[in-house]
Design a protein around this ligand. Structure first.
Ligand SMILES: NC(=O)c1ccc[n+]([C@@H]2O[C@H](COP(=O)([O-])OP(=O)(O)OC[C@H]3O[C@@H](n4cnc5c(N)ncnc54)[C@H](OP(=O)(O)O)[C@@H]3O)[C@@H](O)[C@H]2O)c1
Length: 222
């Protein structure tokens, strides 16, 4: 039985990872930051941990809550969005909200969780976005969010060199019908997560640090 950790699982893509991994028979530990989110995780038969990734003290206590468990698959899913473009400078609050959640939280999770993933020769996967693909950028829409996901991709690539026994991946889920993606998105959350689970399972050691789409295809350039 594989042990899976999902960071940011109260709803959307994180919650669907919990559901599909539980259905596959995995032992799942998942995090949320309020009572409603923790209940949603427990309702799927997973162990729930209270973690706010934007609070350094909260994510800094993650390793002790995991109690040395070897982790076959860890997923950093927590993320927040921002749509403004380059006609408007982000406020300090918006910058901190997006960068703390999408980048700093991941950088704080890595030293906590990566040793447990490396011990299992497992996979540490970060949900990024096509909007962080520098070479494919066609507008300034969401420039703060774009910058956060491009930074996340760098974090994943850099960390892959520090933990060679683990496979690190940055994977874009596509445009998905969730609270963030909205009802007009073409992909259901079931389809996106199913595709990503197959792509993650197919990844090999030589792929560590890669930036992939939900079907496991690498993006051209960065
Ligand atoms: N949907 C898309 O089309 C799309 C496309 C590209 C990339 N993504 C990425 O996919 C990931 C999941 O997105 P989604 O579509 O599932 O979005 P969502 O439905 O808005 O869910 C966001 C998740 O992140 C959690 N989160 C936010 N801030 C957090 C914090 N400080 N601490 C802990 N958890 C926090 C939320 O928890 P709460 O319930 O507590 O807020 C929720 O579980 C994100 O990284 C997002 O950037 C999504």
């Amino acid at each position: 039985m594989a042990t899976v950790l999902v960071i940011g699982a109260s709803r959307g893509i994180g919650r669907e990872f919990v559901r599909q991994c539980r259905a596959a028979g995995d032992r799942v530990i998942a995090t949320a930051r309020d009572a409603k989110g923790l209940e949603a995780i427990e309702a799927l038969g997973a162990k729930a941990l209270d973690v706010d990734v934007a609070q350094p003290a909260s994510i800094g206590a993650l390793a002790s809550q995991l109690d040395g468990a070897k982790i076959d698959l860890a997923l950093y899913v927590a993320g927040v969005y921002s749509t403004a473009g380059a006609q408007e400078a982000p406020s300090q609050d918006d910058f901190d909200r997006v960068m703390h959640t999408n980048v700093l939280g991941a950088m704080q999770a890595i030293p906590e969780v990566a040793p447990l993933v490396a011990a299992a020769h497992g996979r540490f996967v970060f949900i990024t976005s096509e909007m962080g693909h520098i070479a494919g950028t066609g507008s300034s829409f969401g420039w703060l969010y774009r910058a956060s996901k491009a930074a996340l991709n760098m974090v994943v690539k850099a960390a892959s060199h520090e933990y060679p026994q683990a496979i690190f991946l940055a994977i874009s889920p596509g445009w998905v019908k969730t609270d963030m993606g909205g009802p007009g998105a073409p992909l259901t959350v079931e389809r996106s997560v199913g595709d990503m689970r197959r792509a993650i399972a197919a990844a090999r050691r030589a792929d560590s640090g890669a930036f992939l789409d939900h079907n496991g295809r690498p993006f051209d350039g960065w």
